[in-house]
Design a protein around this ligand. Sequence first.
Ligand SMILES: *Cc1c(COP(=O)(O)O)cnc(C)c1O
Length: 379
Amino acid sequence: MKFGTKAIHAGQEPDPTNGAIMTPIYQTSTYVQDSPGNHKGYAYARGKNPTRDALQKCLAALENAQQCLCFSSGMGAIDAVIKLLQPGDEVITTNDLYGGSYRMFTKVFAKFGIKFHFINMTDASNIKQYINANTKMLWVETPTNPTCQIIDISACANIAKENNILLAVDNTFASPFLQNPLDMGAHIVMHSVTKYLGGHSDVIMGALCVNDASIYEQLSFIHNSCGAVPGPQDSFLVLRGIKTLHIRMERHCYNGKIVAEFLRNHPKVDKVYWPGFTDSPNYEIAKKQMRDFGGMMSFTLKGDSMEEAFAMASRTKVFSLAESLGGVESLIGHPASMTHASIPKEERLKVGVTDSLLRLSVGIEDIEDLIDDLKQAIG
Ligand SMILES: *Cc1c(COP(=O)(O)O)cnc(C)c1O
């Protein structure tokens, strides 16, 4: 089956009792057993729920994965991955990481004795010098947030294979419509389902997709033992949202390209970070590993003034000033004070997250209205 058909049908069968075409919201915590241990595969809803099962199967199909586990948030999913490790283990990750991941790695897991190296991975050959006998995992985000740097997933997979370590990819920015890291040799794909997958800014959820049975067993054990599972109502909303993922993504990409080009040609705009410019760093890698370039981008204004960036962000009317991304509605954000506030200033400046940088999540409204809004807001 192709992508759009999987988005609509994978994991979902008409209800056997009445033919309902949509998977019902199984709002139950437990299931009746005929005799102790003799049940229909469902014992307690932390472990298994039919609405969540349908969603997990659908997501696995979209990522070309054998298995998927859904979590109560993206951070809950990342937490489960890092719990695969032991004290003394080391992780190599990017220096342009989602702020919440950086905070979890440095403030939660560092105190349990796990060491994180935050490095520039845009040249994958840079990774090797940080590998030692304790290295157990590469944690990659691509495109990175917010400066849309591209990291070569296949090159990272080769390094992981040579050194017998895990490669985990946070695929939130691309969504499975644009990129499938397991096909390029990653072991674990993580999503903040909150973003493009849910797509309607009404659910917080995370997911992990894997092919390897032993990694799945370990993650599934952590999933049930630690319990960061999503509820059936949220699972239903995401199943519904995913049915239009391919259509939404096409429009995000179409609008994204026009907005990126508009910004680049605007006399008051300085830098524009969007992976689809032919002169962007690693453009050839982006073209190789992504099917299109998406609707996420960031830019700075000439003069680099925080006041002007703030003023612009508060003048937009169609673009709402808000955290998050990937919904149908366009959003504008100021990473230094919002999504990346937990990253120290000297660290964020190194990767271009200056005080005036603004990030856009270009939605699927009519492009004329988006351009008009940016025009009046930049002034
Ligand atoms: C939002 C986000 C997360 C965290 O996901 P939540 O659903 O908010 O917990 C992780 N990684 C990236 C790239 C994100 O954008």
